[in-house]
Design a binder for this molecule. Structure first.
Ligand code: NDP
Length: 246
């Protein structure tokens, strides 16, 4: 497959790092954003030591202005973005009756508005070039809901509505738009949960274990090649069988 330019938001995180490595391993030129310059440069150096060259640009994806400027920065470094993975995300958990407007807004802005903010500056170019791949990293909890995560579940379910609308609008332009919905992955976010709660989570997973970031990266990579050009508007669950609905 032709080498393409891929932008993975939140590429410095647990799952993002695996997606970056996987896409680079497929021969693509990969980029991500950072918010803290020191941590961004340190991560970039670690990736270089591991044999992966990654372009990085400053930007908070919850801000339309910063998202646009980070896309333009990456375009200057690598050229137009052909593959976009909307992966950046946060949780701010609370039962709804105690949830603050800030907890609600932070999660909606970072997980859902970011999809608008980063996709909007790349979509015209993909349409003009008649090729594009857009993948949203949603969550099992957007499919089934989760106690204490009304904000997160709403944002993650919204990402799939975004996916299927964009898929319809852009199918004739060679652009596919899909969602990957991970279950519980052994990143820092989940390993920070107390062990006894983690054991209860694992007990609900038919495979009997947490997933790995590489398993999510593999699911993302499935949507990228030319041969995947007829797969659009899909939601791929990668959750060890924990939830088998849409
Ligand atoms: P991490 O916390 O490890 O990584 C999150 C990444 O997103 C970091 O690079 C972080 O950068 C970046 N980020 C957060 N907020 C912003 C922002 N406003 N602007 C730019 N970048 C931002 O999370 P994971 O790797 O575990 O999760 C990745 C995605 O997968 C998320 O969307 C998450 O919701 C989803 N997911 C994760 C699951 C899991 O079990 N881990 C399960 C299901 C879905 P910074 O270093 O600057 O904070």
């Amino acid at each position: 497959m032709q080498a393409r330019v891929a932008l993975v938001t939140g590429g410095t995180g647990g799952i993002g790092t695996s997606i970056v490595k996987r896409l680079a391993g497929m021969g693509h030129r990969v980029a991500t954003n950072f918010r803290d310059e020191g941590r961004g440069r340190e991560w970039q150096a670690r990736m270089k030591d591991a044999g992966v060259d990654v372009a990085i640009a400053r930007g908070d994806v919850s801000s339309p202005e910063q998202a646009e400027s980070l896309v333009r920065d990456i375009e200057e470094q690598l050229g137009p973005v052909d593959i976009l993975v909307n992966n950046a995300g946060i949780t701010r958990d609370s039962t709804f009756h105690k949830m603050t407007p800030q907890q609600w807004n932070d999660v909606i802005c970072t997980n859902l508005n970011s999809c608008f903010n980063v996709t909007r500056p790349v979509i015209e170019g993909m349409r003009a070039r008649k090729w594009g791949r857009i993948v949203q990293i949603s969550s099992i909890n957007g499919q089934k809901g989760q106690y204490g995560q009304a904000n997160y579940a709403a944002a993650k379910a919204g990402m799939h509505g975004f996916t299927i609308s964009l898929a319809q609008e852009n199918a004739r332009f060679g652009i596919t738009v899909n969602t990957v919905s991970p279950g519980y992955i052994g990143t820092d976010m989940v390993m920070a949960v107390p062990e006894e709660i983690r054991e209860k989570i694992v007990a609900q997973i038919p495979t009997g274990r947490l997933g790995t970031p590489d398993e999510i990266a593999y699911a993302v990579s499935f949507f990228v090649p030319d041969e995947a050009g007829w797969i659009t508007g899909a939601n791929l669950s990668a959750n060890g069988g924990q939830y088998m609905g849409w």
